[in-house]
Design a protein around this ligand. Structure first.
Ligand SMILES: *[C@@H]1O[C@H](CO)[C@@H](O)[C@H](O)[C@H]1NC(C)=O
Ligand SMILES: *[C@@H]1O[C@H](CO)[C@@H](O)[C@H](O)[C@H]1NC(C)=O
Ligand SMILES: *[C@@H]1O[C@H](CO)[C@@H](O)[C@H](O)[C@H]1NC(C)=O
Ligand SMILES: *[C@@H]1O[C@H](CO)[C@@H](O)[C@H](O)[C@H]1NC(C)=O
Ligand SMILES: *[C@@H]1O[C@H](CO)[C@@H](O)[C@H](O)[C@H]1NC(C)=O
Length: 399
């Protein structure tokens, strides 16, 4: 190549690069430019929907900017596939409509997206308190389901970082049939007595990570449904709430295995459960829950710090009482320390048809805070469980 051609090539490359850089910098879709007022009173749903629909259809990697302010929005459907990676830069606060008739399903629904980033320090406020009295689900088998706050279905390569979710009407975050999904530095809050306000529920998903989160709710901190593989939870602080829970598994037919869960460096404070695995009796499908590692966990005043319950049946109407058909195996608990608010700090009630196998306890130190008479005797209970413990386990393990 002679020097003229080289200069031509370089200037051509530069102009292509520059066109890209200009396109990127103008690829910001401010919801205010689509008609959002952000005064907390006007219904800004249409503006948000328009900003998504326009930006999803363009080439490049668009950013939807939600500036500081409060935006009242009803249900939103953020549906792909989109042409590029979608970024939502949430600096303000979204307020969910309190009119329950406005919802057919969830509040903010993300579907069929490959490449999604949500960040910016803002807040998703579900304004759940007026809806909670309408939740009859804890008492009834069939109940009208309230909208969940953020639902991701069939979403790949996503990152949610530095945002908060407050007072959801039902679950705060639900991840379903998704892959390669990272949640980092999120804060989730709802009162300890709010019904079914689970923090993060994950189902049928692969390669999900949750790290550096603070979650206080009225239900599970993180709940792990069927069909998950390779889920990693680290540096999470839970409480109040029901703890980190796998299950309930085995309720519906067609559920698939949960394989590969790591829970590391987490704190549970004042929760009803710490590390829980629960499965229904009489499960219609045979399935596995296996290869779980729990390590470096601090319990502070937790009612059931370590619990496997395969006789889960919260409703009066559990017709049959056949043993669970969920096979639990290769479950390791290492370095779990702190206080229990019940005497029974370790409880393994496994299935008589499919006993738990390979349950390992290493370096466990759990102490009952004591009953009214100051009795601090701490116990463990085992049924249908095989495994082993090292010499450094308190209370005295039953395996
Ligand atoms: C599990 O997921 C993590 C994070 O997404 C990833 O780094 C790791 O390679 C995955 N492991 C397997 C076996 O897929
Ligand atoms: C999970 O992550 C591993 C390692 O990065 C990767 O090889 C695998 O393809 C991922 N699985 C899915 C379903 O994306
Ligand atoms: C454990 O988690 C806490 C926050 O929950 C964090 O500050 C600390 O750095 C973590 N430790 C490790 C080894 O990751
Ligand atoms: C633990 O929970 C109690 C009671 O809700 C609260 O007062 C305390 O600040 C919490 N501790 C931590 C470290 O979050
Ligand atoms: C203390 O509690 C343990 C376990 O609940 C019980 O077996 C024991 O009898 C109690 N001791 C006293 C002195 O009440």
């Amino acid at each position: 190549m002679d020097s003229n051609n080289a200069i031509l090539a370089i200037s051509l490359l530069f102009s292509i690069w520059c066109a890209t850089c200009v396109a990127q910098s103008s690829n910001v879709y401010n919801v205010k430019e689509h008609g959002a007022l952000g005064n907390g009173k006007n219904d800004d749903t249409k503006a948000f929907q328009a900003a998504w629909d326009v930006s999803c259809a363009v080439e490049g990697n668009p950013t939807i900017l939600i500036p500081k302010g409060s935006y009242l929005v009803g249900p939103l459907l953020f549906k792909g596939p989109c042409k590029g990676v979608m970024t939502i830069d949430l600096r303000g606060q979204l307020l969910a409509s309190t009119n329950l008739n406005a919802y057919t399903k969830n509040w903010v629904d993300f579907q069929y997206i490959n490449g999604l980033v949500i960040s910016g320090g803002g807040i998703f406020n579900g304004q759940g308190s007026s809806a909670w009295p309408y939740n009859k689900c804890p008492k009834k088998w069939s109940c009208k389901i309230l909208p969940m706050s953020l639902v991701f279905s069939f979403v790949k390569n996503a990152k949610i970082k530095s945002i908060s979710s407050l007072d959801s009407k039902l679950f705060h975050i639900h991840i379903f049939s998704s892959e390669n999904f990272d949640i980092e530095s999120v804060t989730i809050n709802a009162p300890g007595d709010s019904p079914n306000t689970d923090g993060i529920h994950v189902a049928d998903s692969t390669n999900v990570t949750i790290t550096d989160a603070t979650i206080g709710t009225g239900d599970d901190c993180i709940s792990i449904g069927p069909g998950n593989s390779n889920l990693t939870i680290s540096n999470v602080h839970c409480g109040p709430g029901h703890g980190i829970s796998v299950g309930s598994l085995g309720k519906n037919s067609g559920e698939t295995d949960v394989l590969g869960l790591t829970v590391r460096n987490c704190t549970l404070n004042g929760t009803t459960n710490g590390l829980r695995i629960k499965t229904w009796q009489s499960s219609p499908t045979l399935l596995k829950a296996a290869h779980f590692t729990y390590e470096d966990i601090t319990m502070n005043n937790v009612y059931n710090p370590i619990i496997i319950d395969q006789e889960y049946c919260p409703y009066v109407s559990c017709a049959e009482k056949d043993p669970s058909r969920v096979q639990i195996y290769d479950i390791k608990f290492t370095n779990v320390k702190g206080t229990s608010s019940s005497a029974e700090a370790i409880k393994f009630i496994c299935s008589s048809s499919f006993p738990c196998q390979g349950v390992i306890l290493n370096d466990i130190d759990l102490h009952y805070t004591g009953d009214a008479r100051g009795n601090k005797t701490t116990t463990s209970t085992c049924a249908n469980v095989q495994g082993k413990s090292n010499e450094n386990v308190k209370p005295n393990p039953c395996i």
